[in-house]
Each structure stands twice: as structure tokens, then as C-alpha cells.
Design a protein around this ligand. Structure first.
Ligand code: M6R
Length: 368
């Protein structure tokens, strides 16, 4: 049942090309327009939305952070992302024109469930992004986008996360299409980029051995930092969470621009820092990231950089270079997360931990 893999988690990591492809399947009508089967919100209801609040926990929260970049860019609707456990208890400002998006792989997370129950008492519409058909969160929501990853058994979310990202991109593009923002015209282009992702993930998986060797070098490591910017920032947080939950190593993710505001004090010779380098583009993201990497390297950090094919500027500053396929910055989390999942899975394995059942954790957290 693990298809020859030692862990469900590893099997699920390697299933991601198929999971992403399934998540994209049947989302377009013959005329090329996006259609979401269980959207159940009318075009008028969508046009009325003036604010979106995304609520989720753990890895699903990081998917929400990525979604904020995509939704705001394509729809121009302001998006807040909040941990479900915080949202519920702070008297949030909600009304009928607020769309609440709950992201949950299991559909049973108690914190997220309580948050949507509260939102509905405030007359907000709730849309669930969920992997589990018929689970409680989608049943109690006004609309749902199922992620179609297939059952996820490993406690650490992997294909659940990637397909949540796909659902978030689809939601953003759908709202742009309905609202007729100028980005609505990009639907075709972005869908083609998304449809190319499964093959690009295959390329990353084909390079797994490099990541396994890297993991083997880090068995005695006590602390690892992760840096990212823009959509790479949640990827850094996700990489750190995977390492905490599986390898029980202290790991922190930072927005690279925040380094100089405090965290750089942590850097000491030999400290491994995984850096998610944004694709080169017209903005200054790439250069800014490189200067952050130079700063930590000058203080002796060991820089392990994930950077796109063809990026030669990063080469002098990378102690280890892991190549990623070239994709637009908003979609980069779909490829950049995969090496971090492999790294945590392998490191935990060589350390002798139970990857599918990490200590103190449950697959679905049904208590608040
Ligand atoms: O089922 P959910 O997506 O609602 O679960 C949320 C978190 O409990 C979950 O993502 C957790 O952080 C995972 N163990 C991460 O790998």
C-alpha cells in the first residue's frame, strides 16, 4: 500500500505530480472558462465580495499565506490570513460582503470548524478548500473547492498542501474572471503554466538523491533556518514546520527582509540556512534575496539555496545549490516546497524517527 516506499509520507511526496494534475482536472469548460463544480456562490455574490479572510491551521495556514499573494494580485480584493485559533477569539469584523475561506485538508480541524461557525453567525459566506469529501467543514460551508489529492495518511501534510495551493490559484482566477478584472484575461496563460507543473515536480523528484545526501550530512544539526521572500516566505515557514514535526530539530522560517531586524543575530559559523531564491524578474525580489544571502554567508552560515535553472547570479553565494524548474514567482511554492519535504522526510528517517507517526502529533486535530 506504500507502493514500495518506506513511509506513506514519501509515497505521498512522490504522488504529487498526479495529485496536482488531478486537482486541475475538469476545471475548464469547452469555451476555456474556469468552472468550479461546487462553487455554489452566484456571480452576484462574488461581485459583492469586498474582503476575503482566510482561516486555517499549520500547513494549511501557509497555503493561505501563499493564496493572499495570488488573490490580491489577480482580483485586487484585500485578503487577510489568520490562524483559526486566533481568529475565533478576537471579535473579527465580518459581514455579508466578507468571504471567509477555510482551508483544511481533513475538514475536521476543530479550530477551523469553530471559526467558520462563528463567521456564519455574522452572515459571512464561507468557502471551504478541503481534501476530504463529505467532512464537517465543507458540509457546514456555503461553497467548496475539493482538492482531489486522494487520501493523505502521513501526519505531515505534503500533497495536501500542494493541491491546496492549486485550489487557491483556481479560486483567485475564478473570482478575477467573474469580476472581470484585467487579470481575468490571464486565466488561459496561468492555467497553461499550472498544467505544466506536474512535469516540473517530476524533475524535482528526479533530483531526490542530492537532497538525501544533504540530509545525511545534517544528522547532528541542532538548528536550521529557512529564508524566503514573497511567495517563498510561506515556503520557508513550511520547510521549517516539516523539520520540527518530523526531525524534532529547532527550525525557524523568516522573511529574508526581516533578518536585519533581529534574526541575523542567530547566525554563527556553520549554521545551515535554506534559502528559497525567487525567480529572476522585473521586480527587485531576486537581488534583494541575494543580498540577504550574502549577509548571512559573510557571517559564516552554510547557505543551501533553492534557485531556478539558469540563475547564475546565485552561484557565488551558494554553498549548496539545488536547482528548481523555471516558473513564475506566484507559482514557485508548487516546486520549491518539494525539496524541503524530501529533506525533512529523509533527515527524520536517518535519525531513526517514525516519519508517519511523529511524536505528540495527530493527523487531524479535533480538539480546540
Ligand atoms: O486538516 P487540516 O488541514 O485542517 O490540518 C491543519 C494542521 O493541523 C496540519 O496542516 C498540520 O500542521 C500538519 N501536521 C502539517 O504537516
Amino acid at each position: 500500500e506504500k507502493d514500495g516506499h518506506d513511509w506513506f509520507m514519501r509515497k505521498e511526496i512522490f504522488e504529487q505530480p498526479r495529485a496536482v494534475a488531478d486537482s486541475l482536472l475538469g476545471r475548464r469548460s469547452q469555451s476555456g472558462l474556469l468552472q468550479l463544480d461546487e462553487m455554489r456562490l452566484s456571480d452576484d455574490e462574488i461581485r459583492d465580495i469586498d474582503k476575503i479572510i482566510i482561516i486555517a491551521c499549520g500547513t494549511s495556514f501557509y497555503a493561505g499565506m501563499v493564496a493572499k499573494y495570488a488573490i490580491e494580485h489577480w482580483t485586487r480584493i484585500p485578503v487577510e490570513v489568520e490562524l483559526a485559533s486566533e481568529f475565533r477569539y478576537r471579535d473579527p469584523i465580518l459581514d455579508y460582503s466578507t468571504l471567509v475561506v477555510a482551508i483544511s485538508q481533513s475538514g475536521e480541524t476543530a479550530d477551523t470548524l469553530q471559526a467558520i461557525r462563528h463567521a456564519r453567525t455574522q452572515r459571512s459566506k464561507v468557502l471551504a478548500i478541503c481534501n476530504t469529501n463529505g467532512s464537517t467543514i465543507p458540509r457546514e460551508s456555503d461553497a467548496v473547492i475539493y482538492t482531489h489529492a486522494g487520501p493523505e495518511i502521513g501526519v505531515a501534510s505534503t500533497k495536501g498542501f500542494l493541491t491546496q495551493l492549486v485550489a487557491c490559484y483556481l479560486l483567485a482566477l475564478y473570482v478575477a474572471q467573474v469580476k472581470g478584472t484585467r487579470y481575468g484575461d490571464e486565466v488561459d496563460e496561468v492555467m497553461a503554466q499550472l498544467e505544466a507543473i506536474p512535469e516540473q515536480i517530476e524533475t524535482v523528484l528526479a533530483g531526490a538523491q542530492q537532497i538525501y545526501d544533504l540530509a545525511a550530512e545534517h544528522v547532528d544539526t541542532r538548528s536550521v533556518l529557512f529564508l524566503g521572500r514573497h511567495a517563498g516566505y510561506p515556503v520557508a515557514l513550511e520547510g521549517a514546520l516539516k523539520l520540527k514535526e518530523l526531525a524534532y530539530i529547532h527550525a525557524e522560517g523568516f522573511a529574508a527582509g526581516e533578518l536585519k531586524h533581529g534574526p541575523i543575530a542567530l547566525v554563527e559559523p556553520g549554521l545551515p540556512i535554506l534559502c528559497v531564491v525567487p525567480p529572476r524578474g522585473r521586480d527587485q525580489l531576486h537581488e534583494k534575496m541575494i543580498s540577504g544571502i550574502q549577509e548571512v554567508r559573510a557571517r559564516g552560515a552554510r547557505t543551501i539555496c533553492l534557485a531556478e535553472e539558469g540563475d547564475t547570479k546565485i552561484e557565488p553565494y551558494a554553498d549548496v545549490l539545488i536547482r528548481l524548474p523555471r516558473v513564475p514567482v506566484l507559482l514557485q511554492p508548487l516546486v520549491a516546497t518539494v525539496p524541503l519535504q524530501l529533506f525533512a522526510c529523509e533527515l527524520a528517517t536517518v535519525m531513526g524517527h517514525d516519519v508517519d507517526q511523529p511524536r505528540n502529533l495527530a493527523k487531524s486535530v479535533t480538539v480546540e
